[in-house]
Design a protein around this ligand. Structure first.
Ligand code: CU1
Length: 156
């Protein structure tokens, strides 16, 4: 992975967080998760789990492959398990400029931008967006990828 891409991504992510996220309060517990995607259309994890004491959840996605985003782009999208297919179908139609998500889709709980090989990106969202007892799935919304690239997301 190129350090240069990493720091560029970090600047972009920081800018996006400043622009769109509420400020992180002192009492917040930020729980950090990492996942990677590769050129074989696979994530390296089938499930992600956070403790019930987290107030903010930060997910960092690294693309460990070499292919560009247009050919083998990956993102990380979190929805209720029942919403995966519909969100992915609408996302495929929205295209790469929209990170393969319908703009403003209310079913999307959290999502990163779509990246290519050697890049990384992250997203932070409040744990309060998740309800205990609900089933959540994360997936890549690049057309066709969620057949392989998905996993379960759980709290507590
Ligand atoms: Cu993907």
């Amino acid at each position: 992975m190129s350090l240069r891409y990493c720091s560029m991504a970090a600047v972009l992510v920081t800018g996006a967080l400043l622009a769109f996220s509420a400020p992180v309060k002192a009492a917040d517990k930020v729980c950090k998760l990492e996942i990677a995607g590769n050129d074989l259309m696979q994530y390296d994890k089938k499930e992600l789990k956070v403790g019930s004491d987290c107030t903010q959840i930060e997910v960092t996605l690294t693309h460990t492959g070499k292919l560009p985003a247009a050919a083998m782009g990956h993102n990380w999208v979190l929805t209720k398990s029942t919403d995966v297919t519909a969100v992915a179908n609408d996302g495929a139609a929205a295209g790469l400029p929209n990170n393969y998500l319908k703009p403003g889709d209310p079913r999307v709980i959290a999502s990163t931008k779509t990246i290519g090989g050697g890049q990384m990106t992250s997203v932070t969202f409040p744990a309060s967006a998740l309800k205990k007892g609900e089933s959540y799935t994360y997936f890549c919304s690049f057309p066709g990828h969620n057949a392989l690239m998905k996993g379960t997301f759980s709290i507590g």
